[in-house]
Design a protein around this ligand. Structure first.
Ligand SMILES: [Fe+2]
Ligand SMILES: [Fe+2]
Length: 225
């Protein structure tokens, strides 16, 4: 089985900073919107690596279902690359490029913490972090619409629609893993979140989008107290 590197290759920029050292992002102003697009581009950049790390690290463990797993996550990885390129284009409309601002260095932590357990990886990355994207993206879309940046609002709308399918893929493979191991999905998910996710799951949740992805409300109920 292939073992991917612990940290994927990174371009010389952006400068990666610890979350506490990140400059405060302004909102409303043009520079604030550009900084927001830069932050989302960085998330998408990491998401490309996360999709392919998942394939390299875990597909060989899935036996007969390996090819289906690879197909699903190659599709996700292709979406993430498309998202990154769309955001690069939007950044260019602000006279900026990816790498012009510092970026958050904590995004790979979840990948490292869960590198030995497929269930944990699926619980934390698609079912918590990408689901969180579904919670916050509608507000972001409204922010860009209000500012008259229709192109950015549309790019985020495409991302939002695609991310529902990523959460769905995560939820589907999580259920398959639980079934294979004879584990009940909801309590297993909640135990993994407690073990691997730093911080709380923050409501309000976008229940409608979670549901569309098959992530039923009971997964998040009483999960973190
Ligand atoms: Fe994405
Ligand atoms: Fe995604």
């Amino acid at each position: 089985m292939a073992v991917p590197p612990n940290r994927p290759a990174r371009p010389a920029s952006p400068l990666l900073l610890a979350p506490r050292d990140m400059p405060k992002r302004r909102t409303g102003a043009v520079a604030g919107r550009a900084a927001l697009l830069h932050a989302v581009a960085h998330i998408e950049f990491n998401a490309i690596d996360l999709a392919f790390d998942l394939i390299a690290r875990f597909s060989a463990l899935l036996g007969d279902r390996g090819p289906e797993f690879v197909d699903d996550w190659i599709g996700v990885g292709a979406d993430e690359a498309k998202h990154f390129l769309m955001l690069e284009e939007r950044l260019a409309s602000y006279g900026m490029a990816y790498g012009d601002l510092p970026a958050h260095d904590g995004l790979w932590d979840a990948a490292m913490a869960t590198q030995a357990d497929l269930k944990a990886r699926l619980a934390i990355v698609p079912m918590v972090l990408e689901a969180r994207g579904l919670d916050v993206t509608p507000d972001m879309i409204r922010k860009f619409e209000k500012a008259g940046d229709e192109a950015a609002a549309q790019a985020l709308q495409t991302i939002y629609r695609d991310e529902i399918t990523h959460v769905a893929a995560g939820t589907k493979w999580f259920a398959a893993e639980c079934e294979a191991q004879g584990l009940p999905p909801v309590p297993t998910f909640q135990a993994l979140v407690r073990q691997y996710f730093k911080g709380n799951l923050k409501p309000p949740f976008n229940d409608a989008a979670h549901r569309q992805a098959g992530l039923l409300p009971q997964f998040y109920q009483n999960s973190i107290d």
